[in-house]
Structures are given as C-alpha cells and as structure tokens.
Ligand binder design. Structure first.
Ligand code: GDP
Ligand code: IMO
Ligand code: MG
Length: 424
C-alpha cells in the first residue's frame, strides 16, 4: 500500500471526518488535499465532539502526522482558533502538524470579496460558506496569490498589501455596501494569526511525500466537500472552487497517480446539500423532515439547515466512476430506522426521456427522479456492533447498492461516535 484516499461522493458532509478518525490508527500520515475552512469535519469520541475545518482528522491520534497539503487554502485566523481549541483539549499539535509552503492564504479581503460577490448575485447566489474560498482559488489560478512559503520571506507584508489593495479596487465593481467591514480591525487579527501560524513546521509536501512513500509510510489523503461540488464535475456553477475528486489528491499533495492505491468513497444512506443548486431527490415531506431531525442535518461550518432527500443512485454511480472508488462506506444508516419505505432514485426522466446517467444539466426544471422502493426497518441500529445483527431489509438495501455500483460497501456507520462503525 502506498497512498489511499478518502473522499465524499455527494454534496459534502457525508461523514468524512468521522471515518478518517476511525481509520487513522492504520496510517502514519493523514493529509488534507483541497478545500479550506468551508469544510467542517465532525469527530465524536469519548463523549467529546470536535469540528475540524483546516486540520486533518487524524490530529487526535498520538503517533500520526498530519499534513495540510498545497491544494488547501488556509485562513490563519480560523486555523489559529482551531489550534487553540486543540491546545485547550490537551493536544500537542506542534510535533505532528505540518503545512505545505505551497498552500495559499485566505486574506480578510478574500472573505469580503466572497460576501460582496454573493450579495451581488441575489437569488442566483451559490450559497457559499463565505470563507473566501472562491476568491482565494481565483488568485491562485490568476497567479497573484499569497502562499504559506511567502510568510518566511522578508517582503511578505509588501506582497500582502499589494494583493489587499487589488481586492479593494475590485470591490468597486460591485454595487454592494460593505461599509461594516473594518479593514484595520480585520488586519490586526490577521497579522496576529499569521505570527501564530509561523510557529508550525512548513514543508515542501511533494518532497516530503516522495520520501515518506520510499520509506514505506502509510498515507491517507483526506478530501473535503464532495464530488458533486467539484469545480469540473459538480453541479456548476453551484460548486466549490477546487477539485474534490480523486485526481485532486495528486495535485493537492504532490503525489503521482501511480502511487495512489485505494479510493474510499463515502456516502450517506440518503442525500443532503447545503447552499443553492439543483438537488433532484430533495424532499420536503415527513420523510425529509425526519432525516433532518434525526440526522441533525445542520452545517458543521455555518450552522445552516441542510436540505435533505432520498439517495440518488444515478449521481452516486457517476461519483464512483469519476473517482475510481474501490471501497464504499455508507454513513447514517441509523437515521433511516423507522421509515416504512425507503426510496432510491435509479433513473431520471429528462426532457421526456428515461435516462440512467448524470446529464450536463440536472436542473429540476428538466429532470425528474424515478424511484425504486425498498422496505424500511424498525430496529434501532445505533447499538449494533456487527453485521450479523443487521435487519434483513438493511441487508437488501446494501446488496442492491453494491450490485448497482459494482463496489463493496466495506463500512456501515450506525451513529456519529467513533465506536458506531461496522466493518464488513
Ligand atoms: P464531513 O464534512 O464529511 O466530515 O461530515 P460533517 O461532520 O459535516 O457531517 C456529518 C454529520 O453526521 C456530523 O454531525 C457527524 O457527527 C454525523 N455522523 C457521522 N456519521 C454518522 C452516522 O453514521 N449516524 C449519525 N446519526 N450521524 C453521523
Ligand atoms: P465538508 O468538507 C457541504 C458548499 C457550500 C456552497 C458551495 C460553495 O464539510 O463536506 P464555498 O464556500 O466552497 O465557496 O461554497 O459548496 N460547501 C459545502 N457543503 N460540506 C462542505 O464541506 C462544503 N464546503 C462547501 O454550501 O453550496
Ligand atoms: Mg462537513
């Protein structure tokens, strides 16, 4: 084994943080490869709940190193808050958290640009987390961004000022009032956070990983968001600004494709989405309300209610294919307990035709889901510890999904706690 990857197959929040934490003991290094503080990865163990935004989900384990890769965008202010929480919890991160010099920095004015751009879009807004993700990746691609490695250079503040000035001039294009933005105050907090960030060890992650792979180290790459939010393959423009798919693991860490081995794809037994954009299987009936309530479907980063709906198998198969998923992990099976019927979208009616692929435009104006019904189960799964306890209806659900995706479901998650994880 060289490098395995773990990524979300839907619109994010599948439970990546939980499973990375569960798997960490099998690895030497956990590495986040894209996204930034738009992510919220929840870990629950020993009666404590932790939400990580930028820090890889292996951080609570004694002997594992954690790398923030070059593909990640870092807000020093948010990272500082995360690190302070770790300190309060007694985690000594200095020895086990490494940051790529090539990761880009989110400036306060990136956050402002995100907000102003969203406001100017009105009803057509993306539903961004407003963490400055889009504007920061924009600067990366347009070759004007500030990187972690710059912070080690004497003239970094000059670079910062030039970039912030550019942002302020861009703001003039929007007809949006941002007078409540206090640049001086934001900059003070930002500069303090940069000093804090400089306490961490900066690395050239591509060289670091080459060496680690040669030494036989086991590496798990942790994705953020989900494939349907991918900048190329997601429901554009209602996506995030990075490659969330498996290929992003190579570019986001500096690891060659032939060093990648297994791809673990995580999905919920149903579907959720935060923010705007098409969601064909979205439901607002009693089933949807039960998913939201039992599943506590509120964003881990923004607290916004997540939209809920049935499992979209057409979309799931698409994600399995573009990622080359080798193992599936089904999360939140416990949330569906007590449903008399469980629906799975197995095809779409698209402009009057029945199709079984994910089309260019999944706008519900053109497209309607076609469902296959399954019998539900009444058993509370949350106390189960082994597969042999599963009700037959759950086994039927799993068998159907495995047959359709042609991939084994190797983990079924039956609750948010580390322990509520069943390996098959
Ligand atoms: P991530 O972004 O993919 O790491 O997922 P989030 O942490 O944003 O959202 C997943 C939510 O579901 C969190 O509140 C988890 O604690 C919770 N969770 C994870 N797995 C399960 C599960 O199997 N059952 C239930 N009921 N909750 C789960
Ligand atoms: P994790 O890693 C769910 C969504 C936002 C919005 C769109 C663009 O916890 O699964 P952005 O701030 O990236 O410009 O927002 O993407 N989004 C997520 N949804 N989970 C996430 O991360 C998300 N990160 C971004 O809601 O629709
Ligand atoms: Mg999340």
């Amino acid at each position: 084994m060289a490098v395995n990857m773990l990524l979300g197959l839907q619109w994010g929040d599948e439970g990546k943080g939980k499973i990375v934490d569960v798997l960490t003991k099998q690895y030497d290094i956990i590495a986040r490869f894209q996204g930034g503080p738009n992510a919220g990865h929840t870990l629950i163990f020993d009666g404590h709940k932790h939400v990580l935004h930028t820090i890889p989900s292996g951080i609570f384990h004694e002997n594992t190193l954690n790398v923030i890769g070059n593909g990640v965008v870092i807000d020093p202010v948010i990272l500082q808050k995360e690190l302070e929480k770790l300190t309060a919890f007694g985690v000594d991160f200095l020895e086990k958290l490494l940051v790529s010099r090539k990761a880009h920095i989110i400036l306060p004015t990136h956050r402002l640009l995100d907000k102003v751009s969203e406001t100017s879009k009105g009803e057509a807004k993306i539903g961004s987390t407003l963490k400055g993700i889009g504007p920061t990746y924009t600067d990366k691609i347009s070759r004007s961004g500030l990187r972690v490695g710059d912070l080690q250079q004497e003239n970094w503040e000059e670079k910062y000022r030039r970039l912030a000035k550019e942002h302020l001039s861009k703001l003039a294009f929007y007809d949006v009032d941002y007078s409540d933005f206090d640049l001086e105050k934001e900059e003070k907090i930002f500069f303090e956070a940069v000093s804090y960030l400089k306490k961490l060890t900066f690395i050239d992650s591509e060289l670091y990983f080459q060496k680690a792979i040669k030494e036989g180290k086991k590496i798990l790459a942790e994705g953020a968001q989900g494939s349907l939010l991918d900048i190329d393959f997601g429901t554009y423009p209602f996506v995030t600004s990075s490659n969330t798919v498996a290929a992003g693991g190579c570019t986001g860490l500096g690891i060659a494709p032939n060093k990648m081995d297994k791809v673990f794809g995580i999905f919920k037994a149903y579907t959720t989405r935060v923010g705007s954009g098409p969601f064909p299987t979205e439901i607002d009936d009693d089933y949807g309300k039960a998913m939201a309530k039992v599943g506590h479907e509120f964003g881990a980063t923004t607290g916004r209610p997540r939209r809920c709906g049935w499992l979209d198998l057409v979309a799931l198969k698409y994600s399995v294919l573009i990622n080359g998923v080798t193992d599936l992990m089904m999360m939140k099976a416990d949330v569906l307990s007590g449903f008399d019927t469980i629906k799975v979208c197995t095809a779409y009616k698209y402009k009057g035709e029945i199709i079984d692929y994910f089309p260019y435009n999944i706008d519900t104006e053109f497209l309607e889901p076609i469902y296959t019904d399954f019998n539900g189960w009444t058993e509370d799964l949350t106390q189960f510890t082994k597969e042999s306890e599963f009700p037959k209806e759950l086994n039927e659900y799993i068998a159907f999904l495995e047959k359709e995706t042609e991939v084994k479901i190797s983990i079924v998650s039956v609750g948010p706690d580390r322990k509520q994880t069943i390996f098959r």
